[in-house]
Each structure stands twice: as structure tokens, then as C-alpha cells.
Design a protein around this ligand. Structure first.
Ligand code: ADP
Ligand code: MG
Length: 223
């Protein structure tokens, strides 16, 4: 589903963010990307979403080589990827329902289908009763669940989540992981970047560990 071979990426001369990354994530797998702050976790997820481009190496998404994809071809592949990124906030001036439906409006889907899908994902994240609330009236955990609902409303095959439990207490973090597990159980490939090692240690998931821009362990699934 996601394959990288000897991928290099930097934010400018002399500041490499990812060095010689080789990894594979299988279809419907759930993997964690961990490592200290500055290790390259966010950069790796942004690279998969093609928000950043690599300098060398190969990246395959859904079996297609995307490393040299033209800018105008990116949106078609991106539609199959849902993201929960820190710099992709909910719109404060729109209700929960509108925030989620926006993805579809952009794609020009019929109103009735937008409403149906929005209700479906709100039910999945347990926030049907907040459909008409504004994001700033919600708790941090609820806002994060709305962000997840928005990420999965268009039925992506891959879900990328960057520090999804960032500012949440352990109880709320547990709920978010439960939700991500449910989404994964529906067949979605889930990649979660987190520096929260405590959590990761308790799960049975594969862990891709980054350090100083390199993969140190877990890049390939153990046989
Ligand atoms: N927009 C940016 N411009 C320049 N350097 C960046 C930018 N984003 C991240 N970096 C650098 O790239 C490296 C990896 O950062 P990042 O991917 O955010 O790591 P992590 O998510 O593991 O904390 C760090 O050295 C960081 O300072
Ligand atoms: Mg980060």
C-alpha cells in the first residue's frame, strides 16, 4: 500500500529531514511511527500525503510510483488518503457537520449523499449529538474526533494521523486509539506518528522507529 525505497527529503541545502528511508506498509495494516522530536515523523507523513516531495528514491502508493508525479496529478491520489494533521485545523466558523461535509462539497457531491455520509461518520466517532455545534465549543478530545471523522468521510484507503493524542489526557488518548483501531478494522491502512512511546509499547502494532532522519527499526514487516 505504501512503499519507500532509499528516499531522501530535505527542507533546503544542509538540512535533511529524511535520509535513506526504506519501508513498507501493507494493506489494512496499523503501524506507528515513533522517535524523538525532530526525528522526521511529521515529514514522513507529509511526504506520504505528497505535501512534501522527495529529492531521490522511490515512493509507491497503491502500487503507483508517485515520487515524480506531476502536481496536477496529485489530487487524484490524495483523495484516497485521509489526514489528521496539526496544521489542518477545523474551521471555527463552520459547524461540526459543515466541517465534515466540506470535503464532499468540494467534490460536488449531492446534498443528500453528503448528509448521509456525514451522519454515518459522526455516529462512528460518537458525536451525532454535536453535529450542529461549533468546534470551539467542543473539548479537545471531541475536536480530535471530528478531525478524524472529516479525514475518513470520503472513505480513504489510507489514514495518516500526526500526534492524534497530542494534547489529550490518557483516558481521552485511549478513546482516540480505540477509534483508530475501529477504522483500521474496516480495512483502512492506518499510520500514526507519535512520540508517546508509553502508548505504543502497550499495543501489538508494528513500530517504525525514526532517529536523526533515519529509520532505525521496523521499516519492513517481520516475516
Ligand atoms: N517547514 C520546515 N522547514 C525547515 N525545516 C523543517 C520544517 N519542518 C521540519 N523541519 C526540520 O526537519 C526535521 C524533522 O522534523 P519533523 O518531521 O517535524 O520531526 P518530528 O515530527 O519527528 O518532530 C527537523 O530537523 C526539523 O527542524
Ligand atoms: Mg512532528
Amino acid at each position: 500500500m505504501i512503499q519507500m525505497y532509499h528516499v531522501h527529503m530535505s527542507y533546503g541545502p544542509g538540512s535533511p529531514a529524511l535520509v535513506d528511508i526504506t519501508l513498507r506498509v501493507e494493506k489494512a495494516e496499523f503501524v506507528f511511527v515513533t522517535g524523538p522530536s525532530g526525528a522526521g515523523k511529521t515529514s514522513l507523513l507529509r511526504l506520504i500525503f505528497m505535501a512534501e516531495r522527495c529529492e531521490s528514491g522511490q515512493i509507491l502508493l497503491f502500487g503507483q510510483n508517485v515520487a515524480r508525479l506531476k502536481e496536477k496529478e496529485i489530487p487524484f491520489i490524495r483523495r484516497r488518503i485521509g489526514v489528521v494533521f496539526q496544521d489542518f485545523k477545523l474551521l471555527a466558523s463552520r459547524t461540526v457537520k459543515e466541517n465534515i461535509g466540506l470535503v464532499f462539497e468540494v467534490l460536488g457531491k449531492p446534498r443528500r449523499e453528503i448528509a448521509r455520509k456525514t451522519n454515518e461518520v459522526l455516529r462512528l466517532v460518537g458525536l451525532e449529538h454535536k453535529a450542529n455545534s461549533y468546534p470551539l465549543k467542543l473539548s479537545g478530545g471531541e475536536q480530535q474526533r471530528v478531525a478524524i471523522a472529516r479525514a475518513i468521510v470520503s472513505d480513504p484507503q489510507i489514514l495518516l494521523a500526526d500526534e492524534p493524542t497530542g494534547n489529550l489526557d490518557p483516558e481521552l488518548s485511549r478513546e482516540i486509539y480505540k477509534l483508530l483501531n475501529e477504522i483500521n478494522a474496516r480495512g483502512v491502512t492506518v499510520v500514526v506518528a507519535t512520540h508517546d512511546i508509553g502508548w505504543v509499547g502497550r499495543t501489538q502494532k508494528r513500530v517504525i522507529q525514526l532517529q536523526h532522519s533515519r529509520v532505525v527499526t521496523g521499516g519492513l514487516k517481520a516475516k
